[in-house]
Design a protein around this ligand. Sequence first.
Ligand SMILES: Nc1nc2c(ncn2[C@@H]2O[C@H](COP(=O)(O)OP(=O)(O)OP(=O)(O)O)[C@@H](O)[C@H]2O)c(=O)[nH]1
Ligand SMILES: [Mg+2]
Length: 346
Amino acid sequence: MSNPFSEFYHVPNSTELLDIAFKRAMKSSAKVSKNAPILMKAKKKESKRIKVAFEELINRILNIIKSVPIIGEVQDFYKELASLLVDIDKLRLTLGKLNGILPIFSQLEREYSSKLNRIESPKEADRIRRAAFGRISSIIKKQNENLEYLNSIRGKLREIPSIDYSMPCVVVAGYPNVGKSSLVKNISTNKKIEVQEYPFTTKNLILGHLELMGKFTKMKLQIMDTPGILDRPMSKRNNIELQAILALRLISDLIIFIFDPTPASGYNVDSQIELFNEIQDQYIKDKNIDTIIVLNKMDLAKEEEIESLKSKLNLSEEKIFITNALTGENLDKLIGYLNERYMPKE
Ligand SMILES: Nc1nc2c(ncn2[C@@H]2O[C@H](COP(=O)(O)OP(=O)(O)OP(=O)(O)O)[C@@H](O)[C@H]2O)c(=O)[nH]1
Ligand SMILES: [Mg+2]
């Protein structure tokens, strides 16, 4: 399923909305016979302008509301991720407030049409139209904060990656600064991923693809880069870390857990092991999700650092890869493992 927020387009602010509506209204022309009395012509002309202005605004506001999916109806992954990225209650409230002006507009449109019907001189038609536009302006201007709020959260929601639920997704996780992004960037098609020497560079879930080749078939495996997670109580974790946990819980078919056995990341190995154990014990148990281990930064790691970490982990050798995510050393072995796991046996 693609990101349900991908249709959440630019939301105009109040000035833009009013500009569009009034321009269209003033350009509209009413059908009226040339020989009709002046009063009738004036009534028809202004009545059309008022109608077009209201219609334009009602349609545009409806489109804005419709472009935001109903949170309760989207997949759990998108629902939970959206609530980490934005304040869902505020979003609901904002949409409700916008929706609230629609019946007011319908009511005003009727009110001004009947006022126009009762006029006795052509000049009054212009005055009534101006009055209607004045009411419209003041109502729309009061919505400016809501419109701008919607526009401000739009970017965050649209950036959520589109997951293909029919295909497996490998989630790459671990402590900050251990080389998760370097690895995903190296093995996937996504070369735009940012790598920096400081922790918490990655602040969102980022999707890449890895093409696996069988003898007769090929397949695009999804591979998800995640923000670093610290070993600390859940209540202390920030929304950046929680996105990574969400990906592990809800979309991982396989986890690649990356360790930095060296002091380079700035975090010690024991904390990384604690996190690894927490993930195993709390988020994926009962789910039958496999984990493979990458001991990264092999170029910096001392023999004893690798051996000590291995013995602490006490896992089978075939699930442990010792890599350099920058040069790509041994990543072919990791890809080989993924190939064997996901491509049908020939
Ligand atoms: N020497 C060496 N440096 C590495 C290796 N892999 C990554 N790095 C460096 O480690 C630092 C962090 O790399 P990232 O790929 O951004 O790490 P990350 O785990 O995605 O970090 P966050 O997104 O902040 O959690 C960068 O300076 C990388 O150049 C490696 O195998 N060897
Ligand atoms: Mg990163």
